[in-house]
Design a protein around this ligand. Structure first.
Ligand code: AMP
Ligand code: GLY
Length: 424
């Protein structure tokens, strides 16, 4: 099969490296890709959210499948548009991707079908939200923009004045644009967080091995949230009993709920869970592979990835036997100095070979570009340095040893990936 992957981050690099291992995969293309991806796949400069451009490119390349990886094009209906043109696509259609595209939708879904989540109310007027927050008087409280907000639409508020600022910036200053037309005000939950990605064709759901993301920028879970500073798989907090509870009370009920709503989900469904004292609860759904979760989960996949993608498209996932490596996997993100705030670009990255790799680790490129056989920074998160080994400790050591051999000016990474145990 000739496959076009839409996207250009570390997640897409991990997807492409896994696709390349399949004997069924012939040519692999990527748009827009990045410096590291260009060593594995021919890259094009069509933006990931340019639906017309991706359709034209798919026709020109005559591909057998388009893998739509990021949230924006999925929520905007890229899969629907491709299928309308007779082009096979992997990923949920817009009707199903709304599970990530609207927090109001996902909260109402969970309430209607008794799927455990934080208590909440929805508001479309700032004054009503503030009256509610003041009357409830419980802090911290959580204010969330309804729509997509580059992973930044969640504001934790420690008192009324912070809540007032959050409501104003989302609903009046519109810092997330139309995504802030409505908000969810939510109960604050605490406990370890777990990411579980799952393959589903709408009938069968196969959870993948678990992962743990580290969202805060600094060691000890301090500083602002980022897209993710590193991941490990498996997540040490997620035991078999918890997995069984989640399967019966969260995963299966969610795909059944989507079917009941006439929105069958086909693709990768991501459950962001919090293991609270009252049991596991859903913090969020994503309609796609996580980034950087994909970087530690996909290297552990032993079943042919192309078989899985085809089985999902034809709703025959139950016929597939899933095999996972028992090895653990760790990914340390090397970011540009200043990220998630302002940062410089075009800084040369040293220590990588011509393919953008290094001995002893897998280097998934995120914000990089390749010019005359050298690699330069081109984004906030630059590289996901990843290692797989029999134990998590060994995987972490190997990933960190590799990080020390890669260098670019002002590089920043967390030193406690997989080691820091958050409170609660
Ligand atoms: P999200 O963008 O939905 O993944 O939220 C970003 C982060 O905010 C999550 O990973 C949690 O750490 C935190 N968060 C979201 N909702 C809640 C909540 N109800 N209580 C506590 N923390 C939350
Ligand atoms: N790592 C979290 C996400 O992909 O949204």
């Amino acid at each position: 099969m000739d496959i076009l992957v839409v996207g250009g981050g570390g997640r897409e690099h991990a997807i492409i490296q896994k696709l390349k291992q399949s004997p069924q995969c012939n040519a692999i293309y990527c748009t827009p890709g990045n410096g590291g991806i260009s060593c594995d796949a021919e890259c094009f400069d069509v933006a990931a959210d340019d639906i017309k451009g991706v359709i034209a490119l798919s026709k020109r390349l005559n591909v057998d499948l388009v893998f739509v990886a990021p949230d924006d094009p999925l929520v905007a209906g890229m899969v629907d548009a491709l299928e309308n043109e007779g082009i096979a696509a992997f990923g949920p259609n817009a009707a199903a991707a709304i599970i990530e595209g609207s927090k109001v939708f996902s909260k109402r879904l969970m309430k209607k079908y008794n799927i455990p989540t934080a208590d909440y109310e929805v508001f479309d007027k700032p004054a009503d939200a503030l009256t509610y927050i003041r009357r409830r008087g419980q802090y911290p409280t959580v204010v969330k923009a309804d729509g997509l907000a580059l992973g930044k639409g969640v504001i934790l508020c420690n008192d009324y004045s912070e809540a007032k600022d959050a409501v104003k910036s989302i609903m009046e200053d519109k810092i997330f644009g139309r995504s802030g037309n409505r908000i969810v005000v939510e109960e604050y939950l605490s406990g370890p967080e777990v990411s579980v990605l799952a393959f589903t064709d709408g009938k069968t759901i196969y959870p993948m091995v678990s992962a743990k993301d580290h969202k805060r920028v600094f060691d000890g879970d301090l500083g602002p949230n980022t897209g993710g500073m590193g991941t490990v798989s498996p997540n040490p907090h997620y035991d078999e009993k918890t997995a069984e509870y989640c399967m019966n009370n969260i995963f299966v009920p969610t795909i059944e709920a989507m079917n009941m709503e006439g929105r069958p989900f086909k693709g990768c469904l991501f459950f962001g869970l919090m293991l609270t004292a009252d049991g596991p609860k859903v913090i969020e759904y994503n309609c796609r592979f996580g980034d950087p979760e994909a970087q530690v989960v996909l290297p552990r996949l032993e079943t042919d990835f192309v078989d899985i993608l085809n089985a999902i498209r034809h709703q025959r996932l139950s016929e597939i036997k899933m095999k996972w490596s028992k090895d653990a996997c760790a990914c340390v993100i090397m970011a540009s100095g200043g990220y998630p705030g302002k940062y410089k670009k075009d800084i040369e990255i040293k220590g990588l070979n011509q393919n953008g790799q290094i001995d002893g680790a897998m280097v998934f490129h995120a914000g990089t570009k390749k010019v005359n056989n050298a690699f330069y920074t081109n984004g906030g998160r630059v590289l996901g340095v990843t290692a797989k080994a029999e134990t998590l400790e060994k995987a972490l050591n190997r990933a960190y040893e590799s990080v020390l051999r890669i260098d670019f000016a002002d590089a920043h990474y967390r030193r406690d990936i997989g080691r820091h145990r958050p409170l609660g």
